[in-house]
Design a protein around this ligand. Structure first.
Ligand code: MRU
Length: 355
């Protein structure tokens, strides 16, 4: 059977942003149409669009939409700038952990600063073009990450991944899943174990969906299966994405990642993070400074609107955890692989020029 047509994470058409509503996958492929900046903010908060790079791209297009809204309202000069600054702030606050969000907004705000004399029309065109660039660069970076990362994967490998760091979490191709895709396309014999990733099941709903679409052999497991699999010698390496990597290499990613890194270390299994430079935040010195988003209790007490816990129970629902750099074998970026990451090596990455 032919590969099914690729499902796009997001696209722009007729001045509107179409976001794949990832909450509905794998049952339904449906797009959420955004015509205002608050609609983009809601889509990010409610996780219709999720995954660090995808959130950044959506926010950049959110600003292009805001510029169009401002133009329609007849705003110009200082009033338009203040409207755009409010929009940028509300996008910034939509999710706290993934640094790609503020990174993309900073790029958009820099464009606005450089083009301080631009007319409303020039601003809406300029911001749309900048968002397009951020989108295209992300896709290109992921392919590069895939190409570098595939060098770490032997001709036959059994790989464990957590959450979804695939095409759906990015502008396309994916980071951790990009590495898997690249290795698979090189003819390597792979088997991917997919953690289901409670509470929101990004593994079973999204990564399993991508693996089935790409016809990459994969097996879905519950999150608490990892130790058993490693103990049985069934995992050769772990590869995941990241939401924010601190200057010293500590990396925040979906809750449960840290436990996997500890398990991998005990079993002497390589533990890799794949992420673009836009996920590295040199402004913070360690993972202790990363803000961990806490989400609503209902995500834990219910599965698909079905109650699975008593109403009176206390719930703690952090969306991410931090894996210390010491447990990370290497970080795979579009500028190369950083083995045993530390501040010096990460800083160096930003000085490498593109060919
Ligand atoms: O809460 P989510 O689904 O946005 O969390 C996503 C992750 O943790 C991903 O692993 C991370 O953003 C990397 S995506 C390339």
């Amino acid at each position: 059977m032919d590969k099914p047509e690729e499902v796009k994470t997001l696209y722009w058409q007729n001045n509107r942003l179409f976001l794949l509503d990832q909450r509905l996958l794998p049952e339904e492929v449906k797009y959420r149409v955004c015509e205002t900046c608050p609609e983009v903010v809601s889509a990010i908060c409610e996780m219709s669009v999720r995954g660090a790079p995808a959130i950044g791209i959506a926010a950049a297009y959110g600003m292009a939409i805001a510029a169009l809204e401002g133009e329609e309202k007849g705003l110009s000069g200082k009033l338009l700038r203040s409207f755009l600054s409010d929009c940028s702030n509300s996008l910034f606050q939509s999710r706290p952990t993934a640094v790609n969000l503020s990174w993309a907004l900073e790029r958009i705000n820099q464009w606005l600063e450089i083009n301080s004399g631009a007319s409303p029309e020039e601003i809406s065109n300029g911001l749309k073009q900048e968002a397009d660039k951020i989108f295209a660069e992300d896709l290109e970076n992921n392919r590069q990450i895939g190409s570098y990362g595939s060098e770490l994967i032997s001709r036959e490998a059994s790989i464990l991944t957590h959450c979804n760091a695939g095409a759906l979490a990015t502008g396309g191709y994916g980071t951790a899943l990009g590495v898997i895709r690249a290795a698979f396309d090189q003819g390597k014999k792979l088997h991917v174990f997919v953690d289901e990733t409670r509470p929101l099941l990004q593994g079973s709903r999204l990564t399993a969906f991508e693996m089935c679409q790409e016809k990459i052999p994969a097996t879905l497991v519950t999150d608490n299966c990892a130790g058993y699999l490693m103990g049985e010698g069934k995992i050769d390496l772990v590869i995941v994405g990241a939401d924010r990597i601190a200057g010293n290499g500590d990396a925040a990613n979906k809750i449960g990642t840290y436990s996997l890194a500890v398990l991998a270390s005990y079993h002497e299994i390589p533990f890799y993070i794949a992420a673009p430079l836009s996920t590295i935040d040199l402004s913070i010195s360690s993972g202790k400074d990363i803000i961990i988003e806490e989400r609503e209790r209902v995500e834990v007490t219910q599965i698909n609107n079905h109650v699975v816990a008593p109403e009176q129970i206390n719930v703690f629902n952090p969306a991410f955890d931090v894996t210390p750099a010491a447990l990370i074998t290497a970080i795979i970026t579009e500028k190369g692989i950083v083995h045993q990451p530390n501040r010096e090596k990460l800083k160096q990455l930003f000085t490498i020029r593109k060919d």
